[in-house]
Design a protein around this ligand. Structure first.
Ligand code: LLP
Length: 417
């Protein structure tokens, strides 16, 4: 068993839904990202159904995986979107997503991006500083528009996750301290082209415990109460994303447990609930398929040099993240302790350390749980074209992004005259 229901062994061969991974490697080459439509759909539906009759909007965090086929799938299921750039807004629109269900997060939205989003009539700007609010007010005035706004509050809670992806501590660059947010909301009359419609927070990513979400929830509810008692009409409460997934032995709450806890925490309020999940929707729905190029046995270590690298999947190099690595064809050969590394010229270029595997030249490996922050964080480092992406729907394989060519990669560069 692989432990991931859509990625299963049949007669020692790893399948995605009804398609053997070997077939995908033959047809599309490696490295290749592969997603399961069924896994993506089930994750979305578990979120949606867990809200039961509660008024809610799931805003998929596009940054986790921004392929337009994935955005389109979620849009068809009714999803909204959480974007952090003008580029992500264009992707949402191209994918058939509804800007009216889209919130715009991020500390550094620029003038052009604000204009694009106002033009598209997005649901809400999640504003992260007073300076940003002033700028947005001015741009909205110039465009003769009213910008719908949530202030992103920094609730100062410890998400107990990797420091690079913890965002809700007062030392972090994100959000506005609670007391300051209260003051800004109360000065709403000063911003003629802003309408405060919501209240927002996001405390970090890959949280495996509900407690920090509950602590942040308490702080948000306190603030909401204060604002309401001052007569401010807040229409929605956005509790951000952050639910973790299982990469190795983590035991995060299920999607249902998480959503139920949020609904229970906020049962006294009438506001619509928004959440911005990324990883928990796509993380375990995708893998990275790679092939062993060379085995190299040194006195110190055994290396399996594969054709995927840190430019394809940056998480191990950047966060020392663990991804399970499975053989595509199980065999009973002798296992050795392998360092699974890519061709990039850095010692930090590894996909896994100390994996016990029986390997031979040409074998295929599946890097699991790579659906979130895999392709979306990939780069062209070492002038490596980015991988192809495919989506499996039962026994059908759809290419959703062609492998990049080297010509495409250098097409916009030019030498001096
Ligand atoms: N909302 C906001 C405002 C965010 O900044 C993020 C993620 C999310 C929602 C979605 O969080 P999720 O549900 O995916 O945890 N590259 C890192 C993760 C960075 C997360 C950044 N913000 C990684 O590979 O672990």
């Amino acid at each position: 068993m692989s432990g991931f229901p859509e990625f299963i062994y049949r007669d020692n061969e790893l399948f995605v839904e009804s398609v053997p991974l070997k077939q995908i490697a033959d047809e599309f080459g490696t490295p290749c990202y592969i997603y399961s439509r069924s896994a993506l759909t089930k994750a979305y539906q578990e979120f949606d159904s867990s809200f039961a009759s509660r008024d809610h909007l799931i805003c998929y965090a596009v940054k986790a995986n921004s392929n337009i086929a994935i955005l389109n799938l979620f849009a068809q299921l009714g999803s909204g979107f959480d974007i952090v750039s003008g580029g992500e807004l264009l992707r949402v629109i191209k994918a058939g997503g509804d800007p009216g269900k889209t919130v715009f997060s991020g500390v550094g939205k620029n003038v052009n991006e604000m204009r694009m989003a106002l033009d598209a009539n997005i649901l809400c700007f999640n504003v992260e500083s007073e300076a940003e609010l002033l700028a947005l007010n001015q741009i909205a005035e110039d465009m003769d528009k009213i910008a719908p706004v949530s202030l992103r509050v920094n609730p100062d809670v410890d998400a107990k996750t990797h420091p690079y992806i913890s965002t809700g501590l007062k030392e972090n660059k994100f959000g506005i301290p609670t007391s300051e947010a209260e003051r800004i909301y109360k000065s709403a009359h000063r911003y003629a082209h802003i309408r405060f419609t919501g209240l927002d927070c996001h405390i970090g990513s890959q949280l495996t415990d509900l407690e920090p979400f509950m602590q942040a929830g308490n702080k948000m509810l306190d603030l909401l109460n204060k604002l309401q008692s001052q007569g401010l009409e807040i229409e929605h409460l956005d509790l951000g994303g952050g639910l973790g997934i299982r990469y190795a032995n983590e035991t995060p709450p299920t999607i249902k447990e998480y959503v139920s806890a949020l609904c229970a925490k906020t049962h006294q309020i009438k506001q619509r609930l928004l959440i911005e999940p990324g990883r928990s929707l796509v993380g375990n729905s995708g893998i990275l398929l790679t092939r062993v190029e060379y085995l190299k046995h040194t006195p110190a270590r055994n290396f399996a040099i594969v054709d995927a690298a840190m430019n394809d999947l940056m998480r191990p190099a950047l966060y020392d993240a663990y991804h399970e690595i499975l053989p595509v064809t199980e065999n009973n050969g002798e296992c050795k302790n392998y360092q699974i590394v890519g061709p990039v010229c850095e010692t930090g270029d590894f996909l896994g350390h100390d994996r016990r595997l029986s390997l031979a030249h040409g074998n295929l490996l599946a890097i699991m749980s790579a659906g979130a922050y895999g392709m979306s964080m990939s780069s062209n480092y070492n002038t490596r074209p980015r991988a192809a992406e495919v989506m499996i729907d039962k026994s059908t394989v759809h290419i959703i992004r062609q492998r990049e060519t080297i010509d495409q990669l250098i097409a916009t560069e030019q030498v001096l005259p």
